[in-house]
Write a protein that binds this ligand. Structure first.
Ligand code: ZN
Length: 181
């Protein structure tokens, strides 16, 4: 009886794991347009996976002037998605200047490998992961790139109050800054 129950339970767990994996890797690319304020760039929030299925054409049609692209929700970017991003930027380039804010770690890593992408659009800020030195709590913070010198925040842990460290190698994470013109 116990064996049967265990088998049934492990079956449920396996099914659950499969569902979690599929959900994690199949979130489609999508966006949300903010309200239009006179004289302000159009706010656009980007979400999901930037891969071969991402269709930017409807978004290109929405952008008539400068846009501020919030890339915090971009979870995964593959090489085909990077190519789509490049063509998207080319298509809207003459309607700018545009900027990217809250660039997600997935997009930051792609920018570090593709200088041509960095030169197409200004990146005003990125998201950066910090981890607590004591309790290992994690926190993601926006890092502004407005000043000449990179100024990483030194946050305190919201759980235990200890200091936190940046959870990446700063030289490789911010490598794309060298490609800026
Ligand atoms: Zn802590």
């Amino acid at each position: 009886m116990a064996v049967c129950w265990n088998l049934a339970w492990s079956g449920i767990l396996d099914k659950y794991k499969v569902t979690v994996v599929l959900r994690r890797y199949s979130k489609p690319f999508r966006w949300h347009l903010g309200s239009v304020e006179p004289g302000q760039p159009l706010d656009i929030e980007l979400y999901g996976c930037l891969d071969e299925s991402a269709d930017f054409d409807p978004l290109v049609a929405e952008i008539a002037g400068p846009a501020r692209l919030d890339a915090c929700g971009l979870e995964r970017v593959n090489s085909l998605g990077a190519g789509k991003w490049f063509r998207f930027m080319q298509a809207i380039n003459h309607r700018g200047p545009h900027c990217v804010v809250k660039c997600s770690p997935a997009l930051v890593r792609v920018l570090g490998m593709l200088p041509a992408l960095v030169r197409l659009v200004r990146v005003d800020s990125v998201m950066a992961a910090f981890v607590c030195l004591q309790c290992e709590s994690e926190r993601s913070l926006e890092v502004s790139l407005h000043s000449e010198k990179l100024d990483l925040p030194q946050p305190r842990c919201s759980q235990c109050g200890s200091g936190m460290r940046f959870d990446e190698n700063p030289d490789s994470y911010f490598r794309f800054l060298r490609f800026r013109t």
